[in-house]
Design a protein around this ligand. Structure first.
Ligand code: NDP
Length: 294
């Protein structure tokens, strides 16, 4: 058997197209574009690439992109003051502070300063609480993207056994909350889990968010299960000096057992920014008091 490949790149492109339509309708109704502010502190090369891509895609969807690049030695007080300015700016619907921040800054304090109604990353404790209690808020982009792919693939997820490997605040925990909300029976595995292969073998849905290259093997997977690989790991390539990206799932063996699987790259990865833009257009409508038909 060979799994069908879940094409996150194509799904994300379709999502961006729908956001583009919503963004122009918003502009016509509100008399201004929806706006996303992205704050980058320091010169981390990976963060620079993310921020550049976010800006480009924001503009391509017909929204306004406000980029704030601050030097690494910026004080925490100055960053907090910028966040407060963005909180008060009516042209800014969404605020994203690119993580990680330099070591002299308290990330929790910075996130806590963002107005929860502009927290399009969904990291503010108010949004974490809203997700846990079923209130409308903002959900972290990567796990929300995973649920979109799962629902597109499977339709209703109700009653399915799901295993989430990883319990980070950014991926694992919100992923588990979202699957509970979809009426899955959810198991969250982590580094202390006993007999992980056995736990994974019970699952109709496996979400791997571990950060360990190709850790989840095909023989762990229940035949026909849907596998969502969040991992992005850079490993040495076949040619000397070259590297390549792999997921947390051993794609070669898992794709012979699973019913459907996301590839790396081209699976979950492209969903994250598309969902960020989706959260921003949702924020814009809420902040402007305009109804949104999603
Ligand atoms: P974290 O390092 O924050 O969390 C990793 C989790 O995996 C922890 O809960 C840890 O358990 C668990 N873990 C580690 N080793 C094992 C093991 N041997 N067996 C079972 N569980 C284990 O990572 P993130 O959640 O931030 O990211 C996970 C992966 O997803 C990374 O590869 C990252 O690059 C990728 N990622 C991709 C995104 C995208 O596609 N856009 C966005 C965000 C992340 P414990 O808690 O016990 O330590």
């Amino acid at each position: 058997m060979s799994a069908s490949i879940i094409d996150g790149k194509a799904f994300a492109a379709g999502l961006r197209e729908r956001i583009g339509v919503l963004a122009s309708a918003f502009e016509a109704a509100a008399g201004r574009k929806a706006g996303l502010a992205v704050v980058l502190v320091g010169e981390d090369p990976a963060s620079q690439v993310y921020v550049r891509n976010k800006g480009k895609q924001t503009i391509a969807c017909g929204m306004e992109s406000f980029e704030h690049k601050l030097p690494a030695e910026t004080s925490e007080a100055d960053l907090l003051a910028l966040v407060e300015t963005l909180n008060a700016d009516p042209a800014v619907d969404g605020i994203l502070v690119q993580l990680p921040l330099p070591a002299h800054m308290n990330e929790q304090k910075v996130i806590a300063t963002i107005n929860p109604d502009k927290d399009v990353d969904g990291f503010h404790v108010v949004n974490v609480g809203r997700l846990a209690t079923g209130l409308p808020g903002f959900v972290p982009c990567t796990p929300l993207g995973c649920v979109m792919l799962l629902k597109d693939q499977l339709g209703s997820l109700s009653g399915l056994d799901a295993v989430v490997i990883g319990r980070s605040n950014i991926v694992g925990k919100p992923m588990a909350q979202l699957l509970i909300a979809e009426s899955c029976t959810v198991t969250v595995a982590h580094s202390r889990t006993r007999d992980l292969p056995d736990v994974v073998r019970r699952a109709d849905i496996v979400v791997a968010a571990v950060g360990r290259p190709e850790m989840v093997k095909g023989e762990w997977i229940k035949p026909g299960a849907t596998v969502i690989d969040v991992g992005i790991n850079r490993v040495a390539g076949a040619q000397e000096g070259k590297s390549r990206l792999v997921g947390d799932v051993d794609f070669a063996s898992a794709s012979t057992v699973a019913g459907a699987i996301t590839p790396v790259p081209g699976g979950v990865g492209p969903m994250t920014i598309a969902v960020l833009l989706r959260n921003t257009i949702v924020a814009a409508h809420r902040n402007a008091g305009i109804a949104l038909d999603e």
